[in-house]
Design a protein around this ligand. Structure first.
Ligand SMILES: Nc1nc2c(c(=O)[nH]1)N[C@H]1C(S)=C(S)[C@@H](COP(=O)(O)O)O[C@H]1N2
Ligand SMILES: [Mo]
Length: 521
């Protein structure tokens, strides 16, 4: 039996999925996927913000990003690397969701795709470092809601027998608006409820810093020169670089915070803030540096940190002599492995709770973090810290060392030109060249400046605040017309000169002399 053209038309018209435009199908796919994320985000409020499918996907991507790509992202986007990740994730998701919608037109292949991707997200969710089996729930509920929305929209878009195109279009439009409102509403309610339940902003505003027993020496004016454009000795909190793997800032209120010290210790001890406050607090000025900082880069800053000496807290637990690593862990599962020797050798290794006279900003680790002078942040400066395990380098690895970065990472000697600005044009005559240099723990002994290939000239050093902070330098240049390259290098107190050879940050910090091309008129 052969079908007549009329019966073919009829069969298509009778099938609910027969005649959906591509545009509407793509919209249905996007709204179905948005529903998975929005509903999942809302359910996650009641389990753990980190169980939201959106953050599960983002965090899994961050953790599995090849080191080279991570480095590239930090190099290009600096502290905006997360925004860049979110935008690229959103673009990929919208394209994938639209494809799912197109595939749904004849058979429920789009739904199957949502189920598959949702399943992958569920598996990733229960594998997050802080996950419980409940982490599966937000995505599971989201998938059910998302597939219902996708199916309903696709079938509502299909014209029914004897119906005008306009009517089916209006029906689809009404359904799409409703679905969009549900997805956006669920996500917004999730955000709002999450902020109510864990109001870390209000908690931080109420947080009272303890009185300081041992204050940091005041900063003498000779250590903080009034040269326009030079890096100030202290970096204001809102200008302090931020580097971490947290897509969503941990919301840890101070009443919930506890620090456990355990492992190769005589006993396990636990502190909350009431217990900490009985101990004397100290304040220290320390320059923190990120291993990803490029030559001339901005991933370095100095703050007045208030906190408790780590060595004292560890002594209360009793460190066994054969241990050599302090593995610190944050509430969101980041870990750093610090040589115990560095924590116990008398330097100002701190459990910090204050930064430049305020409670730690939330993005810098509120309510507590570690600061260890002389070590790059990834092996020492755990933010939102809740757990300290005394262990050994031959037994434990940490977040970045599992990804190929060096186990031991002392900060390398570095110097930077702050002024004149890159590619500046300056008038001929006397020009002040100035910047900072750092070699934490060892101190800066000298800084030299070179113009083109002329002999190196000694710069004038500002007073040293301490060996653990950067040091300003200036040099008066008699600038002659033309285009010139200025170069800077430093030597530390042990006599080691900054290496000339340019190497990238991976695996233990960049090297090379910073230079600037300046036009003199
Ligand atoms: N919990 C947590 N702590 C962390 C990190 C992180 O990803 N998660 N990154 C570390 C790195 S690589 C650096 S350089 C410093 C940066 O601290 P800041 O953001 O306060 O400047 O934090 C360290 N502490
Ligand atoms: Mo870092």
């Amino acid at each position: 039996m052969s079908k007549t053209p009329t019966s073919a038309d009829d069969s298509q018209r009778n099938s609910p999925l027969g005649r959906i435009g591509r545009g509407r199908a793509a919209v249905a796919g996007v709204l179905g996927s948005a529903t998975v994320l929005g509903v999942g985000h809302l359910i996650a409020v009641f389990i753990d913000p980190a169980s939201s499918p959106f953050f599960v996907l983002g965090a899994t991507m961050v953790d599995n990003t090849p080191t080279a790509l991570k480095e590239e992202a930090i190099r290009r986007f600096g502290s905006n690397d997360k925004l860049a990740l979110f935008i690229s994730m959103a673009v990929v998701m919208v394209i994938g969701a639209a494809i799912a919608g197109l595939l749904e037109r004849r058979r429920p292949i789009g739904s199957a795709l949502l189920l598959l991707l949702g399943g992958v997200t569920v598996v990733a969710a229960v594998q997050r470092p802080t996950a419980t089996p409940w982490f599966a729930l937000p995505t599971l509920v989201g998938i059910v809601a998302g597939i219902l929305v996708l199916r309903a929209l696709v079938s509502s878009a299909a014209p029914r027998a004897g119906e005008s195109d306009g009517l089916s279009r209006r029906r689809f439009l009404a359904g799409a608006v409703a679905a969009g409102a549900v997805a956006a509403g669920a996500a917004a309610t999730g955000r709002w409820l999450g902020a109510r339940l864990r109001d870390v902003v209000a908690d931080r505003a109420r947080f009272v810093l303890p009185a300081v027993r041992r204050a940091a020496p005041p900063i003498p004016p000779e250590a903080d020169l009034p040269v326009p454009g030079i890096t100030t000795l202290l970096t204001p909190n809102d200008r302090f670089y931020r580097v971490d793997t947290a897509l969503q800032l941990p919301a840890l209120v101070s009443d919930d915070w506890r620090l456990r010290i355990h492992g190769m210790t005589d006993r396990t001890v636990e502190f909350d803030f009431d217990e900490l406050r009985r101990r004397p607090a100290v304040e220290r000025v320390i320059t923190l540096t990120c291993v990803s900082n490029e030559v001339g880069g901005e991933l370095v800053g100095t703050a007045r940190w208030l906190g408790y000496p780590l060595a004292d807290l560890l002594a209360e637990a009793g460190v066994r002599p054969d241990a050599d690593m302090l593995l610190s862990r944050s509430i969101d599962g980041f870990t750093a492995g610090t040589p115990l020797a560095a924590v116990l050798d008398g330097r100002d290794a701190l459990l910090a709770i204050g930064m430049n006279g305020e409670a730690l900003p939330i993005d810098h680790g509120y309510p507590a973090r570690l600061i260890v002078p002389g070590l790059y942040g990834y092996v020492s400066a755990t933010k939102w810290v809740v757990d300290l395990e005394v262990t050994r380098f031959d037994r434990a690895r940490a977040y970045w060392t599992e990804r190929g970065w060096a186990d031991r990472a002392p900060i390398k000697i570095a110097s930077r030109i702050d002024v004149p600005a890159a590619f500046a044009t300056v008038p001929a005559g006397p020009v002040t060249v100035a910047g900072v240099a750092w070699a934490q723990r060892r101190g800066i002994d000298s800084v030299e400046v070179q113009v083109d290939n002329q002999p190196w000239q000694p710069a004038t050093l500002a007073a040293e605040y301490s060996v653990d902070t950067w040091r300003q330098w200036t040099w008066e240049w008699s600038a002659t017309p033309g285009t010139h390259t200025l170069r800077v290098r430093a030597t530390d107190r042990t006599g080691e000169q900054q290496a000339e050879q340019r190497t990238p940050p991976f695996p233990d910090g960049s090297t090379g002399w910073h230079n600037r091309v300046i036009t003199v008129r």
